[in-house]
Design a protein around this ligand. Structure first.
Ligand code: E4P
Length: 217
Protein backbone atom coordinates (compact mmCIF):
# COMPACT_ATOMS: atom_id res chain seq x y z
CA UNK A 1 0.00 0.00 0.00
CA UNK A 2 1.31 3.44 -0.92
CA UNK A 3 1.45 6.13 1.77
CA UNK A 4 0.45 9.67 0.96
CA UNK A 5 0.35 12.51 3.45
CA UNK A 6 -2.85 14.58 3.57
CA UNK A 7 -1.62 18.10 4.26
CA UNK A 8 -0.40 21.28 2.63
CA UNK A 9 2.09 22.03 5.42
CA UNK A 10 5.59 21.84 3.91
CA UNK A 11 7.30 20.96 7.21
CA UNK A 12 4.97 17.98 7.70
CA UNK A 13 5.56 16.82 4.13
CA UNK A 14 9.31 17.11 4.64
CA UNK A 15 9.10 15.18 7.94
CA UNK A 16 7.16 12.30 6.37
CA UNK A 17 9.51 12.33 3.38
CA UNK A 18 12.53 12.11 5.69
CA UNK A 19 10.96 9.07 7.40
CA UNK A 20 11.47 7.31 4.06
CA UNK A 21 7.88 6.14 3.70
CA UNK A 22 6.26 8.86 1.61
CA UNK A 23 4.85 8.04 -1.82
CA UNK A 24 2.79 11.17 -2.45
CA UNK A 25 0.70 14.06 -1.15
CA UNK A 26 -2.95 15.04 -1.23
CA UNK A 27 -4.23 18.53 -0.55
CA UNK A 28 -7.63 20.12 -0.74
CA UNK A 29 -8.95 23.70 -0.70
CA UNK A 30 -9.66 23.53 3.04
CA UNK A 31 -6.08 22.48 3.81
CA UNK A 32 -4.71 25.27 1.60
CA UNK A 33 -7.04 27.83 3.18
CA UNK A 34 -5.84 26.84 6.66
CA UNK A 35 -2.37 28.06 5.68
CA UNK A 36 -3.73 31.42 4.63
CA UNK A 37 -2.48 30.95 1.06
CA UNK A 38 -4.59 32.99 -1.32
CA UNK A 39 -4.56 33.83 -4.99
CA UNK A 40 -3.87 31.48 -7.89
CA UNK A 41 -0.19 32.39 -8.15
CA UNK A 42 0.48 31.74 -4.47
CA UNK A 43 -1.40 28.45 -4.62
CA UNK A 44 0.47 27.27 -7.73
CA UNK A 45 3.77 28.35 -6.16
CA UNK A 46 2.91 26.27 -3.09
CA UNK A 47 2.16 23.21 -5.24
CA UNK A 48 5.54 23.68 -6.89
CA UNK A 49 7.20 23.76 -3.46
CA UNK A 50 5.44 20.49 -2.52
CA UNK A 51 6.54 18.88 -5.80
CA UNK A 52 10.12 19.91 -5.05
CA UNK A 53 10.02 17.82 -1.85
CA UNK A 54 8.12 14.80 -3.14
CA UNK A 55 8.81 12.98 -6.39
CA UNK A 56 5.61 10.89 -6.04
CA UNK A 57 2.12 11.97 -7.01
CA UNK A 58 0.80 15.28 -5.66
CA UNK A 59 -2.96 15.85 -5.91
CA UNK A 60 -3.93 19.45 -6.70
CA UNK A 61 -7.65 20.17 -6.60
CA UNK A 62 -9.61 22.23 -9.11
CA UNK A 63 -11.82 24.91 -7.57
CA UNK A 64 -14.36 25.21 -10.39
CA UNK A 65 -17.50 23.13 -10.34
CA UNK A 66 -18.30 23.35 -14.06
CA UNK A 67 -16.65 21.36 -16.85
CA UNK A 68 -15.07 24.31 -18.67
CA UNK A 69 -13.56 25.69 -15.48
CA UNK A 70 -12.25 22.30 -14.37
CA UNK A 71 -10.59 21.74 -17.75
CA UNK A 72 -8.93 25.16 -17.75
CA UNK A 73 -7.71 24.81 -14.16
CA UNK A 74 -6.63 21.19 -14.50
CA UNK A 75 -4.64 21.91 -17.66
CA UNK A 76 -2.83 24.71 -15.82
CA UNK A 77 -2.22 22.63 -12.66
CA UNK A 78 -0.82 19.75 -14.68
CA UNK A 79 1.86 22.05 -16.08
CA UNK A 80 3.24 22.92 -12.62
CA UNK A 81 5.16 19.63 -12.39
CA UNK A 82 5.10 16.20 -14.00
CA UNK A 83 3.96 14.54 -10.75
CA UNK A 84 0.80 16.66 -10.37
CA UNK A 85 -2.46 14.69 -10.30
CA UNK A 86 -5.56 16.77 -11.03
CA UNK A 87 -8.10 16.29 -8.26
CA UNK A 88 -11.69 16.53 -9.44
CA UNK A 89 -14.92 16.30 -7.44
CA UNK A 90 -17.36 13.42 -7.95
CA UNK A 91 -20.07 15.17 -9.96
CA UNK A 92 -21.49 14.80 -13.47
CA UNK A 93 -19.31 17.70 -14.62
CA UNK A 94 -16.37 16.14 -12.81
CA UNK A 95 -16.85 12.84 -14.68
CA UNK A 96 -16.69 14.66 -18.01
CA UNK A 97 -13.49 16.38 -16.90
CA UNK A 98 -11.99 13.04 -15.80
CA UNK A 99 -12.77 11.62 -19.24
CA UNK A 100 -11.08 14.63 -20.86
CA UNK A 101 -7.90 14.35 -18.77
CA UNK A 102 -7.80 10.57 -19.13
CA UNK A 103 -7.81 10.98 -22.94
CA UNK A 104 -4.93 13.46 -22.62
CA UNK A 105 -2.90 11.10 -20.42
CA UNK A 106 -3.16 13.44 -17.40
CA UNK A 107 -3.63 11.66 -14.09
CA UNK A 108 -6.77 12.35 -12.05
CA UNK A 109 -7.94 11.77 -8.51
CA UNK A 110 -11.73 11.70 -8.19
CA UNK A 111 -12.45 13.15 -4.75
CA UNK A 112 -15.46 13.17 -2.42
CA UNK A 113 -16.43 9.56 -3.12
CA UNK A 114 -18.92 8.21 -0.59
CA UNK A 115 -20.47 5.19 -2.33
CA UNK A 116 -19.57 2.20 -4.47
CA UNK A 117 -21.78 3.55 -7.26
CA UNK A 118 -19.75 6.74 -7.41
CA UNK A 119 -16.55 4.70 -7.44
CA UNK A 120 -17.78 2.67 -10.43
CA UNK A 121 -18.66 5.82 -12.38
CA UNK A 122 -15.28 7.41 -11.73
CA UNK A 123 -13.46 4.23 -12.78
CA UNK A 124 -15.55 4.00 -15.96
CA UNK A 125 -14.68 7.63 -16.78
CA UNK A 126 -10.98 6.73 -16.50
CA UNK A 127 -9.96 8.16 -13.13
CA UNK A 128 -6.41 7.21 -12.18
CA UNK A 129 -7.48 7.04 -8.54
CA UNK A 130 -10.62 7.55 -6.48
CA UNK A 131 -10.81 8.92 -2.95
CA UNK A 132 -13.45 7.38 -0.66
CA UNK A 133 -13.59 9.56 2.49
CA UNK A 134 -13.71 6.91 5.19
CA UNK A 135 -13.45 9.17 8.24
CA UNK A 136 -16.38 11.30 7.15
CA UNK A 137 -18.41 8.13 6.54
CA UNK A 138 -17.59 6.92 10.06
CA UNK A 139 -18.59 10.37 11.36
CA UNK A 140 -22.01 9.91 9.78
CA UNK A 141 -22.52 6.57 11.52
CA UNK A 142 -21.65 4.29 8.58
CA UNK A 143 -18.59 2.08 8.15
CA UNK A 144 -15.91 3.71 6.00
CA UNK A 145 -13.61 0.68 5.86
CA UNK A 146 -16.53 -1.45 4.68
CA UNK A 147 -16.85 0.87 1.66
CA UNK A 148 -13.16 0.27 0.85
CA UNK A 149 -13.77 -3.50 1.02
CA UNK A 150 -16.78 -3.18 -1.28
CA UNK A 151 -14.90 -1.12 -3.88
CA UNK A 152 -11.88 -3.45 -3.76
CA UNK A 153 -14.25 -6.34 -4.47
CA UNK A 154 -16.02 -4.57 -7.35
CA UNK A 155 -12.84 -3.28 -9.00
CA UNK A 156 -11.40 -6.80 -8.74
CA UNK A 157 -14.44 -8.23 -10.56
CA UNK A 158 -13.80 -6.06 -13.59
CA UNK A 159 -10.03 -5.53 -13.41
CA UNK A 160 -10.41 -1.75 -13.28
CA UNK A 161 -6.99 -0.07 -13.23
CA UNK A 162 -8.26 2.79 -11.08
CA UNK A 163 -6.44 2.90 -7.74
CA UNK A 164 -8.37 3.07 -4.48
CA UNK A 165 -7.02 5.90 -2.34
CA UNK A 166 -8.46 5.71 1.17
CA UNK A 167 -8.91 9.32 2.31
CA UNK A 168 -10.20 11.16 5.35
CA UNK A 169 -8.17 8.86 7.56
CA UNK A 170 -8.31 9.80 11.22
CA UNK A 171 -6.07 7.35 13.09
CA UNK A 172 -3.50 4.54 12.79
CA UNK A 173 -6.14 1.80 12.99
CA UNK A 174 -7.83 3.23 9.90
CA UNK A 175 -4.54 2.79 8.03
CA UNK A 176 -4.14 -0.83 9.09
CA UNK A 177 -7.78 -1.64 8.30
CA UNK A 178 -7.43 -0.06 4.85
CA UNK A 179 -4.31 -2.15 4.22
CA UNK A 180 -6.24 -5.29 5.27
CA UNK A 181 -9.09 -4.31 2.95
CA UNK A 182 -6.69 -3.95 0.02
CA UNK A 183 -6.66 -0.17 -0.56
CA UNK A 184 -3.91 0.76 -3.03
CA UNK A 185 -3.09 4.01 -1.24
CA UNK A 186 -3.86 5.60 2.12
CA UNK A 187 -3.59 9.35 2.51
CA UNK A 188 -3.06 10.19 6.15
CA UNK A 189 -2.43 13.07 8.51
CA UNK A 190 1.12 13.01 9.91
CA UNK A 191 -0.26 12.18 13.38
CA UNK A 192 -1.83 8.93 12.08
CA UNK A 193 1.39 7.92 10.30
CA UNK A 194 3.42 8.59 13.46
CA UNK A 195 0.83 6.69 15.49
CA UNK A 196 1.85 3.53 13.61
CA UNK A 197 5.30 3.80 15.14
CA UNK A 198 4.12 3.42 18.69
CA UNK A 199 4.01 0.28 20.81
CA UNK A 200 4.66 0.28 24.57
CA UNK A 201 6.59 -3.00 24.34
CA UNK A 202 8.97 -1.39 21.84
CA UNK A 203 9.64 1.44 24.33
CA UNK A 204 10.08 -0.96 27.26
CA UNK A 205 12.29 -3.29 25.20
CA UNK A 206 14.49 -0.47 23.96
CA UNK A 207 14.90 1.00 27.47
CA UNK A 208 16.01 -2.45 28.68
CA UNK A 209 18.51 -2.87 25.82
CA UNK A 210 19.97 0.59 26.45
CA UNK A 211 20.31 -0.24 30.16
CA UNK A 212 21.94 -3.63 29.50
CA UNK A 213 24.30 -2.14 26.90
CA UNK A 214 25.81 -0.01 29.67
CA UNK A 215 27.01 -3.22 31.33
CA UNK A 216 29.45 -4.07 28.56
CA UNK A 217 30.15 -0.73 26.87
C1 E4P B 1 -8.36 13.71 0.66
O1 E4P B 1 -7.79 13.90 -0.41
C2 E4P B 1 -8.89 14.77 1.49
O2 E4P B 1 -8.03 15.87 1.41
C3 E4P B 1 -8.94 14.42 2.95
O3 E4P B 1 -8.53 13.11 3.19
C4 E4P B 1 -10.18 14.85 3.65
O4 E4P B 1 -10.07 14.50 5.00
P1 E4P B 1 -11.00 15.12 6.16
O5 E4P B 1 -12.28 14.39 6.15
O6 E4P B 1 -10.22 14.86 7.40
O7 E4P B 1 -11.16 16.57 5.85
Amino acid sequence: MKFYIDTAVLEEIQEAHDMGILDGVTTNPSLMAKLGISGKEAVNFHYKAICNIVKGEVSAEVLSTNYAGMIAEGDELSKIASNIVVKIPMTGEGLKAIKYFSAKGIKTNCTLVFSAGQAILAAKAGATMISPFIGRIDDSNWDGVQLIEQIVHIFGNYHFNTEILAASIRNPLHIVKCAEAGADIATCPLSAIKGLLKHPLTDIGLAQFVEDAKKFM
